[in-house]
Design a binder for this molecule. Structure first.
Ligand SMILES: Nc1ncnc2c1ncn2[C@@H]1O[C@H](COP(=O)(O)OP(=O)(O)OP(=O)(O)O)[C@@H](O)[C@H]1O
Length: 363
């Protein structure tokens, strides 16, 4: 195919990209409904993340041996990698109840004080998106984490008084997609920090097999491998793709997920062999076909695919960069040799990988 062919069909533009993406990392309504059934219940069932699992196992065993509560735990990593699941496992392994809330839900220090003061001894408090808590709540949390105490301010102005309130010892499990955004005083108060990595295909295959068993879906080894390879390193996406493939297998075949059935089903949902969806491919296609692989400015690229700048930058690009298909350079976006290869196109002779060529199309 000639990359300069102007008669090529117009680059397809995706639906509103961030919401409802089958390959999106964040949970949608259906995910929430079925995830409870698919969550591993203990560390032994939790697939992958060997390092974090091993370290956490030590932290929890030691706490149990001491008969005390576990140190506060910070889990960082992209959405859908298992932070909530791991927090529930921590509670289960400690034989403790768990309370789940999130940073954006705690806008006032009083909201946090209400939660903290109602915890029972040893309870696990899971605080998702901890980097999005309000500043006053964050400051209250410092003292609560360190001294199991908060000062509740009663009244306003000169007459305001701080009433100290003792808290039962508890374990805070904070989760964040961006550990770098946490203020150091907060980060330092966690006894253990685990960074969750994207999963290897073989690990995702195990996740798919396990979920298929729980959902009572017949699946061949190669069927699981096909789904795993398109799941962008993320168990949540693997589970979601499995559900869509199961539908297809039931409607179009005998219900068993083979490699062919998985591939056909995911082609219908426009998730390609490497996990790129329609938006990802639209961005890449425009970059290659319209701008000869770049460099091209983000705004120009966004106009070319009919999307908002932010959608291209925040929704499509991170995965393309991670996959080594696109590079962000000071002079604009540049396709890598792997991008040409993935779309089956031949780079023009003067295109130098890494953006060494004078940009004709910068926006
Ligand atoms: N290591 C794992 N083994 C098996 N299944 C997993 C694993 N990690 C996650 N899952 C599955 O993936 C789904 C999403 O996991 P979870 O909700 O824990 O992700 P998360 O990191 O908390 O996401 P978010 O940041 O959006 O809250 C769950 O249904 C869980 O069953």
């Amino acid at each position: 195919m000639n990359p300069y062919d102007e008669s090529a069909p117009a680059t397809p533009t995706g639906p509103p990209a961030a919401g409802g993406r089958i390959v999106g990392g964040a949970a949608d309504g259906e995910d929430q409904a079925v995830e409870a059934a698919l969550r591993p219940k203990d560390l032994g069932e939790f697939v992958g993340q060997e390092r974090v699992r091993e370290q956490l196992d030590l932290v929890l065993r030691a706490a149990r041996a001491r008969g005390g509560v576990a140190d506060h735990v910070l889990l960082s990593g992209a959405p859908g990698l298992g932070k909530t699941t791991l927090s529930m496992i921590i509670a289960a392994e400690m034989g403790a109840p768990i309370r789940i809330t999130s940073g954006p839900a705690i806008q006032h220090a009083g909201d946090l004080a209400a939660i903290l003061s109602s915890l029972t001894e040893g309870e696990v408090l899971f605080l998702d998106e901890i980097h999005r808590m309000s500043r006053p709540a964050e400051e209250m949390l410092y003292m609560a984490m360190e001294d199991f105490r908060v000062d509740v301010v009663v009244g306003k102005g000169p007459g305001a008084t701080a009433i100290p309130l003792e808290l039962p010892p508890f374990t805070l499990v904070g989760a964040t997609t961006r550990a770098g955004l946490l203020p150091p005083p907060l980060r330092d108060r966690f006894g253990f920090t685990g960074h969750m990595e994207f999963y290897a295909p073989a690990e995702l295959e195990r996740v798919v097999h396990r979920s298929a068993r729980l959902l009572d879906v017949g699946i061949a080894g190669e069927g699981a491998a096909e789904i795993a390879g398109r799941s962008r390193g993320t168990p949540r996406i693997a589970n979601r793709l499995l559900r869509r493939v199961r539908d297809y297998a039931q409607v179009k075949a005998d219900g068993v997920v083979t490699r062919e059935i998985a591939a056909q089903a995911l082609d219908v949902y426009e998730v390609d062999g490497r996990g790129l969806d329609r938006l990802d491919r639209a961005v890449l296609t425009a970059l290659l076909k319209l701008f000869a692989g770049g460099p091209v400015g983000l705004s120009t690229l966004a106009v070319a695919v009919g999307e908002e700048r932010e959608t291209v930058e925040e929704v499509a690009e991170p995965f393309l960069v991670r996959e080594g298909l696109l590079a962000r350079t000071p002079r604009g976006r540049v396709a890598t040799p792997a991008a040409w290869q993935h779309l089956g196109l031949v780079p023009p002779p003067q295109a130098v990988p890494g953006g060494g060529r004078q940009g004709l199309f910068e926006g």
